[in-house]
Design a protein around this ligand. Structure first.
Ligand code: GLA
Length: 703
């Protein structure tokens, strides 16, 4: 089953389809009230050495999050026993198996379309000609384990035979075949299912597996039955709570999609409130790792970010890629021992949010030896500086701390402050430990370089300048180390041909002290539009003879203001969000002409509320004129409101615009503004049919 978030919107044709989808979702979601299962008590946070885990596994299995491979996102229903064996061999030959990646899990479609005459499940005869027991024996001989997939209902998500009515028989079959892991999905919901019956079903399979006497990791999707990971759904948290008592891992969020941000950061946000349910033998399952996936196309930084988040949140680490063509980068990501150690820490605690700074989540995970793993996850689209400290992340008081960057491999000492610049849409994973006084001198001091390109106006998300403009850029070097740094020098590197200024310096920077400066950077006239990087670089000496340093980049976007009287279809926006589908440039949603009350506009934009567009006007334009109204193609009961902002200040409000509102002719003074923001909101509390046009949207600019 595809657990789609019901989409808001929308043009009529699609609305009909969506109604059907919504009806199905409702039918699948049980309606009776859930038996309230109390959440496990949050484990106490202590930072003494060798802390003991709080509670134990229901079946003694999966005392640390399971690691391995699952075929689904790479092979779907085409998976064959040869693919499985080839990937298993790759796990062994790459060394990943030795690092803990031992489960080789078949997802949907391993089974034949029908059960055998006696009701027993059987493998697909074409793709698994030797059967599952044979495959298990092969994998066991390689030192690996085999997982299979089933669904609690009458069918699997791909319409193969489900387990419903066969729980005990299937559990016994799996045990007989020497299966080590069962993924138990939520699909094929039998008619009459209620929340109570659903919970009873998952409990039944849990017991039936236990009764086989074989250690079978029980992985299930009961919480998915409550729709999206939404704690406001009265069934969701009770399902998670029950899962944590009857299974080893449970999917707590919808299936992954290729959109990196919504999948990885979305699942992180969904998982943060669930830390109390994770403990040894029971894990929130964030879904599969996509390192090396040729179906999702995530960058190396994105794959690394996912691995950092999964490890911090103590999620199972089941990669879903073709391991037979694994690149060095994939192997480096999956094989990072220090990151795996965070995931597999025997204390079994999931990371918890300790602060949110701008677009960065600061998450802390206490570890068994008293260290704390810190995840800094930047969900924003610009690099973000953050600062936390040893006490805030829950470490005991010490004179100094060692900070290991688990991807860069560096080790530094800090007196307490940990300040970093986290890349846009990326994450850092640090391991912080208290240091004994005598050990401090072994590590380079932790220093932070900050550099800020001011926003185009206070509070704006954009750092933009135009060719010829001077930009003021403050930067600083702070020593957070316990030992002082000497002969510190801080400089700003700018793109070639740009003028900046001289470095600043300080003879000594004791703990907590900084040297700072302000650079007046001139962007040469004629600079091409684009994004440019300015880098603040610090160099210093520490200890008796060590050289140290670090640097931090900041970006500035160079944009050329419009001239003359362009219409918006001739310009590029800085950023745009549309309520549904792509923004129409000179056409409506269906591809036809823009038209308001019969007037056709060759130039203009179609948007669907709620929509926001930003344009750079660079202080060069005096007026914005446009016609406004719902597009004739599909307006029905729609109602929108147009609001415009110049450098963040509202300069226009159309009031509610409906089908019966005559075409609005807006003339708006935007003199001096650098950013023009066009917002189309809901006019009547609903967002249906908000198909809003800008007819001949024209700027009047100088030059
Ligand atoms: C559901 C599950 C997925 C996968 C597919 C297989 O969507 O959530 O993880 O198992 O079914 O059909």
């Amino acid at each position: 089953m595809i657990h789609e978030r019901p989409r808001r919107m929308v043009p009529a044709l699609i609305a009909a389809v969506l109604c059907t989808a919504a009806a199905l979702t409702t039918a699948a979601a049980p309606s009776a009230s859930a038996a309230q299962a109390a959440p496990a008590a949050p484990a106490q946070h202590s930072a003494r050495h060798q802390i003991q885990p709080a509670s134990q596994s229901y079946n003694g299995a999966a005392l640390t999050p399971p690691m391995g491979w699952n075929d689904w996102y790479q092979y779907r229903c085409g998976i064959t026993e040869n693919d499985v064996l080839a990937n298993a061999r790759a796990l062994v030959s790459s060394g990943l198996a030795k690092l803990g990646y031992r489960y080789v899990n078949l997802d949907d479609c391993w089974m034949a379309p029908q059960r055998a005459a006696d009701g027993q499940l059987q493998a697909d005869p074409t793709r698994f000609p030797h059967g599952i027991a044979w495959l298990a024996a092969k994998l066991h001989a390689m030192g690996l384990k085999l997982g299979v997939y089933e669904s609690f209902g009458t069918t699997t998500c791909q319409r193969r035979p489900g387990s419903y009515g066969h729980y005990q028989q299937d559990a016994n079959t799996f045990a007989k075949w020497k299966i080590d892991f069962l993924k138990f999905d939520y699909c094929g919901v039998p008619p009459g299912t209620t929340s109570a019956s659903l919970q009873a079903d998952y409990q039944q399979m849990s017991r039936d597996l236990l009764a086989t006497g074989r250690h079978i990791v029980f992985s299930e999707e009961l919480p998915v039955a409550a729709g999206d990971a939404n704690p406001a759904n009265p069934h969701y948290l009770p399902y998670v709570a029950l899962s944590s008592k009857i299974s080893n891992m449970w999917r707590m969020a919808p299936d992954e999609k290729p959109n990196f941000r919504s999948t990885v950061f979305g699942h992180l946000a969904d998982d943060l409130p669930l830390a109390q349910y994770a403990h040894p033998g029971a894990w929130n399952d964030l879904d599969m790792l996509m390192a090396g996936s040729s179906t999702f196309h995530w960058s190396v930084q994105q794959q690394q970010t996912q691995m950092s988040i999964w490890a911090e949140m103590a999620s199972p680490l089941l990669d879903s890629s073709d391991l037979t063509s694994m690149t060095t980068a994939t192997k480096r990501i999956l094989g990072n021992r220090a990151v795996i150690a965070v995931d597999q820490d025997p204390l079994g605690r999931q990371g918890q949010l300790v602060a949110k700074q701008g677009s960065v989540d600061v998450v802390a995970k206490p570890l068994a030896d008293g260290d704390v793993a810190v995840l800094l996850a930047n969900t924003g689209s610009a690099p973000q500086q953050v600062s936390t400290n040893a006490r805030a992340i829950g470490l005991r008081r010490a004179g100094a701390y060692a900070v290991r960057d688990l991807w860069a491999g560096t080790r530094r000492e800090t007196a307490g402050t940990i300040a970093e610049t986290v890349p846009a849409g990326g994450a850092m994973l640090l391991r912080v430990s208290p240091l004994r006084a005598f050990a401090v001198g072994r590590y380079a001091p932790f220093t932070a370089v900050s550099v800020t390109v001011p926003p185009v106006y206070p509070g704006s998300q954009f750092t933009i300048a135009k060719p010829g403009q001077a930009v003021t850029v403050p930067a600083a070097l702070q020593n957070d180390g316990r030992v002082p740094v000497w002969n510190a020098r801080l400089s700003l590197t700018v793109p070639s041909g740009w003028s900046s200024g001289s470095p600043v310096s300080a003879r000594i920077l004791p703990t907590g002290k900084e040297v700072s400066g302000t650079w007046h950077v001139t962007v040469p006239p004629g600079t091409a539009a684009g994004t440019y990087t300015l880098t603040a670089t610090a160099k210093y000496r520490w200890g008796y003879r060590h050289a140290g340093g670090n640097s931090t980049p900041a970006t500035v976007q160079i944009a050329v203001p419009p001239v003359g009287t362009p219409t918006l279809d001739q310009l590029s926006w800085l950023s745009a969000v549309n309520g549904y589908g792509p923004i129409g440039i000179n056409k409506n949603y269906y591809g036809g002409p823009l038209s308001i009350h019969g007037t056709v506009y060759p130039h203009g934009l179609w948007v669907n509320s709620v929509a926001t567009l930003y344009y750079y006007v660079g202080g060069n334009c005096s007026t914005f004129t446009t016609d406004l109204g719902l597009d004739d193609s599909d307006k029905s009961t729609g109602a929108v409101v147009y609001q415009f902002y110049a450098d963040g200040h509202q300069v226009y409000d159309s009031g509610v615009v409906t089908n019966s509102t005559p075409t609005v002719h807006a003339i708006v003074n935007i003199s001096g503004a650098r950013i023009l923001e066009l917002h189309v909101g809901e006019g009547n509390g609903t967002i249906n049919y908000g198909n809003a046009d800008f007819g001949s949207p024209r700027l009047t600019c100088t030059g």
